[in-house]
Design a protein around this ligand. Structure first.
Ligand code: SF4
Ligand code: SF4
Length: 370
């Protein structure tokens, strides 16, 4: 489908795409985490762009980060230090995992971009004061953006921004829903490109393309189901080869609990009422990642419900090497899913890894067993 190709082309050459955005007179604010309040950045007239590592060799970042730091953080720092992110006008660091927080300090001290902000979001989302605190922090960030852009962020511009992001979320959910009913309707690598592209491309373009993709998918005769339904869980999955490996091993990706998947786009923001409260509220209603706390069982319950809803035969935990928050959560999640008689396997990958060859045999065995 030609609309899906546009997403693939955009993610294959993000600097080129960034140049086009800048040619349209938009400044680009980069970020690394799905807790970034993108609606505020967009309402300020900036382009919010999720940063992914170019996976180049790590040379300059070694001087700043220990080697036991996750590959996305090391990779993005390397890209920045070596000038590959020179299209950026600023960067935002939400207060989430330790690696992102430490990167924020290094970035602030070595950065060369016009705008820099830390957004110190609460870590515990289940306390009485958390929502008021969250709204205050977001209001402070709004002021920083207003100062940088030289214009006031009005409620009208915030409502427009919320509508735009809701439209993107609604259509991504629709595409996932269609694929969940008929896994294989869309290849995992295409799904990956659509979500990653939505995180980096011009939001107006994305909002125009996604409804066309969803409508086209609705018209396609679903393929007969040949394979076992799988749900993937983890942090950032920036390896299209990982999806291909699962599919080649006889798996059908029916859903995910990924920061570069459903966790990024699920949960609508209320479109009426006070926009700042509405933006803050979504962070409480959406499925959290292990860098935020809601309850001892919330993540487990969510993965079980995802697996059941998608009729999955198994869950594959994709753990990025040195990603502590997800590694610490894994034993409890495995135990939780074991109790529910849902089969699981865990694989550890590194974004710098050249080949997923060794993994394919393990994944094949798992899919054969379930
Ligand atoms: S997994 Fe959590 S902390 Fe890590 S990038 Fe995603 S949202 Fe941020
Ligand atoms: S959540 Fe994990 S993979 Fe993501 S930035 Fe933090 S440590 Fe790295």
């Amino acid at each position: 489908m030609k609309e899906i190709r546009i997403f693939h082309e955009a993610i294959e050459n993000t600097s080129n795409m960034a140049r086009k955005i800048k040619a349209g007179q938009k400044k680009i604010i980069g970020h690394l985490c799905s807790y970034t309040p993108e609606e505020l950045i967009y309402a300020a007239g900036f382009h919010p762009m999720r940063l992914f590592s170019s996976k180049s060799d790590i040379v300059l970042a070694e001087k700043h980060l220990q080697s036991y730091c996750c590959s996305p953080v090391r990779g993005v720092l390397e890209d920045s230090l070596s000038g590959r992110l020179d299209f950026l006008d600023g960067t935002v660091f939400p207060h989430t995992c330790d690696s992102i927080q430490r990167l924020s300090d290094i970035w602030r001290m070595n950065g060369k971009y016009e705008f820099f902000a830390d957004v110190i979001l609460p870590a515990k989302l289940n306390t009485r004061s958390a929502k008021t605190y969250m709204t205050d922090v977001l209001t402070g960030f709004k002021k920083e953006l207003e100062k940088a852009s030289g214009k006031k962020i009005t409620d009208t511009s915030l409502h427009e921004s919320i509508k735009k992001f809701n439209l993107i979320r609604e259509n991504l959910s629709k595409i996932y829903e269609l694929n969940s009913h008929n896994p294989g309707l869309i290849k995992g690598a295409d799904l990956y490109a659509i979500v990653k592209g939505s995180m980096v491309m011009d939001k107006d373009e994305v909002a125009g393309l996604l409804p066309v993709i969803a409508a086209n998918l609705e018209k396609i005769d679903p393929p007969s189901e040949k394979g076992k339904r799988i749900v993937i869980s983890g942090s950032i999955c920036d390896s299209p080869g990982f999806y291909e490996t699962i599919e080649e091993a006889g798996g059908l990706i029916a859903g995910d609990d990924l920061c570069t998947g459903q966790r990024w786009f699920e949960g609508m923001i209320q479109e009426d009422g006070d926009p700042m409260t509405a933006i803050a509220s979504r962070y409480f209603d959406r499925i959290n990642c292990p860098a935020k706390h809601t309850s001892l069982t919330f993540r487990g319950e969510n993965i079980v419900s995802l697996a059941r809803k998608n009729n999955a035969k198994g869950v594959i935990f994709m753990l990025l090497k040195f990603c502590d928050p997800h590694a610490f959560d894994y034993p409890y999640l495995k135990e939780y899913l074991d109790k529910e008689k849902i089969k699981t396997m865990a694989v550890e990958i590194d974004e710098q890894q050249q080949s997923l060859g060794q993994l394919s045999t393990r994944i094949e065995t798992f899919i054969h067993m379930i």
